[in-house]
Structure formats: structure tokens, C-alpha cells
Design a protein around this ligand. Structure first.
Ligand SMILES: Nc1nc2c(ncn2[C@@H]2O[C@H](COP(=O)(O)OP(=O)(O)OP(=O)(O)O)[C@@H](O)[C@H]2O)c(=O)[nH]1
Ligand SMILES: [Mg+2]
Length: 199
């Protein structure tokens, strides 16, 4: 797998429009503002690839980015309180629609802010991935905000809180400093090479 060439493919506002899954897919899920779009940009060292904003709710569509051997999927963030009911329903339709399709799910990266305990919505997301037996890992974002010791403590606490088994990687990253990014690239490549999970 190489992280050198990537191109924005398309945005989708409704799941029925999602194009066929022709490549192994790596999806990024997490609450609004957790750093999904920033992480994608950092993985490819391309600042403007996915739109980043300090205002939560920036990514309100499913965005596909493709490389030669995989497709990266930026999912809309959950848990942004100030969206309207219709916006929330649209979010739910998109996420559920994506995961309910027969797609080539190589890996779901579930992003959680390292500074806080997981929210109820984070717990739901992880439980869904576990119950559906989807291949997943946890990315703990914004690692630059805590000392290394605190980061490691938080990782252990979150592993416990979310009942993450020891075989599931929990990668600490900072899109600001670049730490953990190589490690995450390696994990992504490993999951893609292992092939899709037959559900
Ligand atoms: N300090 C720090 N800030 C970060 C990091 N990653 C993202 N941010 C900041 O967090 C904010 C949200 O980042 P985004 O990448 O837009 O978050 P998102 O998860 O895509 O948000 P939505 O599109 O709303 O779902 C921005 O202000 C980023 O600069 C990080 O590793 N460290
Ligand atoms: Mg985003």
C-alpha cells in the first residue's frame, strides 16, 4: 500500500447514491470535531484533501477518496448537538446506509478524542463494530494535547471502558505533530493485505 497518490472521488448526501464498492474500503468514524478529516490529510500529507474546520459538523456527507489499491471513506461526524432533527436523520441514514450495504469493508477506524472518556455515542459506535464483527481499530486523536504518560493512561482506561480486546490496535495520533501516523499507516496496510472480512 502506498500513501503517495490519492484523489478525491465523490461526495454523497444519501446512501442510495453510494457507488459500488470496487476497492477495499477504510472508513473513518467518530464524533464531530474529533479529527477525521485532519487525520486523512495527514495520512497523505495533503493539507486540503478533506475539509477541516474548527466548527463541528463540517463533514455532512460521505466522502470517498481513492488510491490505486484502496478507498478511504470520510464519514460524517456524530453527536453534534446543534444540528436540526432533519440533519440528524440524514446523518443516521448515511451511516446506517453505508454499513448496511454489501461493501468491501477492509477496516473501520473508530476515532476517539484521547482527552476524555468515550461518550455514549462512541460506546454505541464501538459496540456496533464489535457486534457486526467488522474489522476495526481505535485511533485516539489529539495526542499532542496530553503528556505521553497521560496518553498511555487514557489508552488503558478507554480499552477498559469500551471492552476492546488486546488484539485490537489502539493507535495514538496527532495530526498536528504527526506522531503515530506511520504506525497507523502500517496498521491500515496490514488490514488491507489481510483482505476483506466475509460477513
Ligand atoms: N491539537 C490538535 N488538533 C486537532 C488534531 N486533529 C484535528 N484537530 C483540530 O480539531 C478540529 C476538527 O478537526 P476536523 O478534522 O475537521 O474534525 P472532523 O472529525 O473531520 O469533524 P466533522 O467533519 O465535523 O465531523 C480542527 O480545528 C482541527 O485543527 C490533532 O491531532 N491535534
Ligand atoms: Mg470532517
Amino acid at each position: 500500500m502506498n500513501f503517495k497518490t490519492v484523489a478525491f472521488e465523490r461526495s454523497f448526501g444519501i446512501s442510495s447514491q453510494l457507488t459500488e464498492s470496487t476497492l477495499p474500503e477504510i472508513a473513518f468514524a467518530g464524533r464531530s470535531n474529533v479529527g477525521k478529516s485532519s487525520l486523512l490529510n495527514k495520512l497523505f500529507n495533503r493539507k486540503g484533501l478533506a475539509k477541516v474546520s474548527s466548527t463541528p459538523g463540517k463533514t455532512a456527507t460521505i466522502n470517498f477518496f481513492s488510491t490505486d489499491d484502496a478507498r478511504f471513506v470520510d464519514l460524517p461526524g456524530y453527536g453534534y448537538a446543534r444540528v436540526s432533527k432533519t440533519e440528524h436523520e440524514r446523518w443516521a441514514e448515511l451511516i446506517e446506509g453505508y454499513f448496511n450495504q454489501e461493501r468491501n469493508f477492509a477496516l473501520v477506524c473508530s476515532l476517539i478524542d484521547i482527552r476524555h472518556p468515550a461518550s455514549a455515542l462512541d460506546e454505541n459506535m464501538v459496540r456496533f463494530l464489535q457486534d457486526a464483527q467488522l474489522p476495526y481499530l481505535i485511533v485516539l486523536t489529539k495526542g499532542d494535547k496530553l503528556s505521553q504518560q497521560k496518553c498511555n493512561q487514557q489508552r488503558s482506561a478507554l480499552r477498559k471502558q469500551l471492552s476492546i480486546d488486546d488484539d485490537t490496535p489502539m493507535v495514538i495520533t496527532s495530526s498536528l505533530k504527526g506522531s503515530g501516523i506511520d504506525n497507523l499507516r502500517r496498521e491500515i496496510a496490514r488490514f488491507v493485505e489481510n483482505g476483506p472480512r466475509n460477513l
